[in-house]
Design a protein around this ligand. Structure first.
Ligand SMILES: Cc1cc2nc3c(=O)[nH]c(=O)nc-3n(C[C@H](O)[C@H](O)[C@H](O)COP(=O)(O)OP(=O)(O)OC[C@H]3O[C@@H](n4cnc5c(N)ncnc54)[C@H](O)[C@@H]3O)c2cc1C
Length: 450
């Protein structure tokens, strides 16, 4: 008898994995705690958090045969547009001329993937909240919408149920399971910039907008309806500008007028948005092993990262891609082997991107506003232009390539050391264009890390 795969969680990763598994001819059931949100909103309609999709994500979508269906729902952003405190802006390209990351509404994206999984024959059970899992029996207990309980025993169980995974909770009672979680000091709130009265984008739609202010920042990504979804990142407490010090509308207005005045002018619904939208926390989780008794964790359930590299979803999609390669290689009759190979291959890479995501908060909120940082980026861009194969900026390795995250991390550390030395030159700001670029590159080559 053919084994059935049970997926817990119909988020972005569970939905894409269902497509892959169906395409391998497997029976797939997905259990999701939410109701079917596709019935509430049509694609692209209404406000929604948006995500930046980059190379690894596209590659996984292409292999699943769904890239062309997703593309019309995306908007390319070829760089960051930095907004300083005086209202001036400048543009920093993310990579080469034709390289971009793509803004897409999370809800619309999830709906496209679910529709595809369903069209391929996956069964989706909404309003099925996993309450408990017995890992040794692979027995799952659900709570349904009407409060009833339901039990299921699974052949193959995959937890794609996000950063507070119920399957991972069950793994925690297993011997030698390691789990680490950290809520960072900052939280976030979604805000909104509507289209202008004439129906146009209020800001340049080809950029991800950032208002970096040291310990806090605002970002904005474009939507298909010509609005922008903004995310305000603030410390919860301990600083003058923090969530704990915002008591009323006046405080909100004062912060926006002082630090984000050009954005403030574009946000007629700021006060209502601020009041109505929740303040959310940001978590990093790492755990191991990811598999036990033919059950596996994937996506955020295995490795939830803070959002500052825009890689959580892209990384989860890459998980699906790699898992599918292993299924292709080892077949569907030895899941323990496939899952074991998957966790061994993938864990060093997800550790690396979790760390990079943490580190990138400092770059996004602080460094990018520093003129010396801009010179540093120019030198790195020139190195890349002169020696495209030997020097790739870390951001490009992570965002525009499928180099293993762990390799990108190691090379990035070496480049950081070399660039720290280059930046010690007191004349670097004036002379950056005429440095001895060959000598800089030689430092990489002598280290053997090209
Ligand atoms: C503010 C913010 C911005 C981000 N921006 C980006 C970005 O630009 N680019 C990027 O690549 N990543 C980004 N990420 C990360 C990205 O959102 C996650 O990595 C991605 O959503 C993980 O997908 P997932 O399917 O593993 O988990 P989720 O998206 O969390 O999906 C899990 C699913 O499981 C369901 N579920 C949970 N518990 C249960 C249960 N007990 N029973 C049944 N179902 C359950 C949930 O309802 C949900 O549908 C961002 C994250 C945040 C917080």
């Amino acid at each position: 008898m053919k084994e059935k795969i049970d997926l817990l969680g119909a988020g972005l990763i569970g939905s894409l994995l269902a497509i892959y598994l169906k395409k391998r001819g497997l029976d797939v059931d997905i259990y999701e705690k939410r109701q079917d949100w596709r019935k509430i909103k049509k694609y692209g309609e209404g406000r929604s958090i948006n995500m930046a999709l980059s190379y690894r994500g596209w590659k996984a979508l292409e292999k699943a045969g769904i890239k062309d269906k997703v593309m019309p729902y995306t908007l390319p952003m070829s760089g960051r547009r930095i907004h300083d405190e005086h209202g001036s802006t400048y543009f920093q390209p993310y990579g080469k001329e034709n390289q971009a990351i793509y803004s897409i509404s999370r809800n619309a994206f999830n709906a496209i993937l679910l529709d595809e999984a369903e069209a391929l024959g996956a069964n989706i059970y909404f309003n099925h909240k996993v309450e408990r899992v017995n890992v040794s029996k692979r027995e799952v207990e659900f709570c349904l919408e009407n409060g009833e309980e339901k039990h299921m025993v699974s052949d193959i169980l995959i937890g794609s149920d996000g950063s507070f995974s119920a399957l991972r909770n069950a793994f925690q009672s297993q011997l030698r399971f390691n789990f680490y979680q950290k809520f960072i000091s900052h939280g976030y709130k979604e805000l909104h910039i509507p289209p202008t009265p004439s129906g146009e984008f209020a800001l340049d739609p080809k950029a991800l907008h950032i208002w970096p202010r040291g310990k806090f920042m605002l970002i904005a990504l474009p939507n298909l309806d010509k609005s922008f979804t903004c995310t305000l990142f603030l410390p919860f407490e301990g600083y003058k500008v923090s969530f704990e010090n915002i008591y009323d509308d006046q405080d909100v207005v004062q912060i926006f007028k002082t630090y984000f005045n050009d954005a403030f002018d574009l946000m007629p619904n700021l006060l209502a948005d601020f009041k109505n939208n929740p303040t959310s926390a940001l978590i990093n989780t790492e755990c191991y092993p990811w598999t036990e008794n033919n059950a596996l964790l994937i996506g955020d359930a295995a490795h939830a990262m803070v959002p500052f590299y825009g890689q959580g979803m892209n990384c989860g999609f890459e998980d699906c891609y790699i898992l599918d390669n292993l299924i292709e290689k080892y077949g569907t009759s030895s899941w323990d082997l496939v899952f074991e190979k998957f966790q061994k291959q993938r864990k060093p890479d997800t550790d690396a991107i979790c760390q990079l995501a943490m580190d990138n908060f400092v770059e996004m909120s602080d460094d990018i506003a520093d003129p010396k940082f801009l010179i540093r980026k120019k030198i790195e861009a020139k190195l890349h232009q002169l020696y495209p194969n030997e020097w790739q900026p870390l951001y490009s390795m992570v965002t525009f390539s499928d180099m293993r995250y762990s390799e990108a991390y190691a090379i990035g550390k070496l480049q950081e050391k070399i660039m720290d030395d280059v930046m010690k030159d007191p004349n670097v700001t004036k002379n950056w264009n005429n440095l001895d670029y060959e000598a800089i590159l030689a430092k990489v080559e002598t280290s053997g890390a090209v």
